[in-house]
Design a protein around this ligand. Structure first.
Ligand SMILES: C[S@@+](CC[C@H](N)C(=O)[O-])C[C@H]1O[C@@H](n2cnc3c(N)ncnc32)[C@H](O)[C@@H]1O
Length: 283
């Protein structure tokens, strides 16, 4: 039976274009168009909005985004085998789908965009995490994107939304939540994908705050947090020794016990410490 967009069901698309999933490209395809429509609704009302989709594959999510009213979808796909299936979608939505073949880690989407866009991606988790860090650390803030809707392994999603004291709380949580409001929008069982991955997945939604949550120099904050969590079992007076010679005094001044561990420190106190380190370096 043809789907709502008049295109064939995804199983048929995959069979017609012989898109046997490649492990090397992290290919676990979503086949249920009801599910892809639900994911496409996570960023909010898409009518009139532009979307950057990374890793469209056979286009299940792409079809969801277009059916939800996206004005234009710019899609970056590394696997050339997917291009004919994506061209069929482009023909069903004339002028609204623009596909770039290549590696999302190497293509600069800004060269192809005109205004703010929603980013949506279901990627291999290592590529997704690398891109997330890049999206979170541009030179200027607020960034060019108005939201990120990203599929990850459930555990990576939990690292993004974790709170101090949670076992997943670390650098990714501080970096993401300092700049964005974050939430897990959906959790998906392995059976939602073909082939099914070994673990559960989750869709994380990130909306940039107009300003980071607390003032701090991004580089110094990032160095403090990286050093603190690199040796997360150590007390902060030891793990942050290389950050400043008088680190114990600075920790106390930031309201942090020098014997405490990074996993218990909230973003407010990490930012306070980063400001004190910056002030000391400047003076
Ligand atoms: C998990 S599949 C998801 C496919 C489709 N979005 C879906 O939900 O069914 C990941 C997709 O990302 C593509 N991909 C993997 N690495 C990529 C990269 N570095 N740049 C762009 N696309 C990539 C794969 O070829 C594949 O189509």
């Amino acid at each position: 039976m043809a789907a709502i967009d008049g295109l064939p069901p995804l199983r048929e698309v995959i069979a017609t274009h012989e898109l046997a999933a490649k492990k090397s490209l992290g290919q676990n395809f979503l086949l249920d168009l009801n599910l892809t429509a639900r994911i496409a609704r996570v960023p909010g009302d898409l009518s009139g909005a532009d979307v950057l989709e990374v890793g469209p594959g056979p286009g299940g999510l792409t079809r969801g985004l277009l059916a939800e009213g996206a004005r234009r979808v710019l899609a970056i796909e590394k696997d050339a085998r997917c291009l004919p299936a994506l061209a069929e979608i482009g023909a069903a939505y004339p002028g609204r789908l623009h596909v770039l073949e290549g590696d999302a880690l190497e293509i600069d989407p800004l060269a192809h965009l005109t205004g703010p866009i929603h980013v949506v991606a279901n990627l291999p988790y290592n590529v997704g995490t690398e891109l997330l860090i890049r999206w979170l650390t541009p030179a200027a803030w607020p960034p060019y994107w108005s939201s990120l809707t990203l599929m990850f392994q459930r555990e990576v999603a939990e690292r993004i939304v974790a709170q101090p004291g949670d076992k997943h709380y670390g650098r990714l949580a501080v970096l993401a939540q300092w700049k964005c409001e974050v939430r897990i929008a959906l959790t998906l069982p392995p059976e939602a994908f073909s082939p099914p991955p070994k673990v559960r997945s989750a869709v994380v939604h990130l909306r940039p705050r107009p300003e980071p949550l607390y003032p701090a120099d991004p580089d110094i904050l990032s160095r403090v947090v990286a050093a603190g969590f690199n040796q997360r079992r150590k007390m902060l007076r030891a793990s942050l020794k290389g950050i400043a010679p008088n680190i114990e005094a600075l920790l106390e001044e930031a309201g942090i016990a020098p014997t405490d561990r990074a996993e218990r420190i909230d973003i407010a106190r990490f930012a306070a410490l980063a400001r004190l380190v910056a002030a000391q370096r400047a003076g």
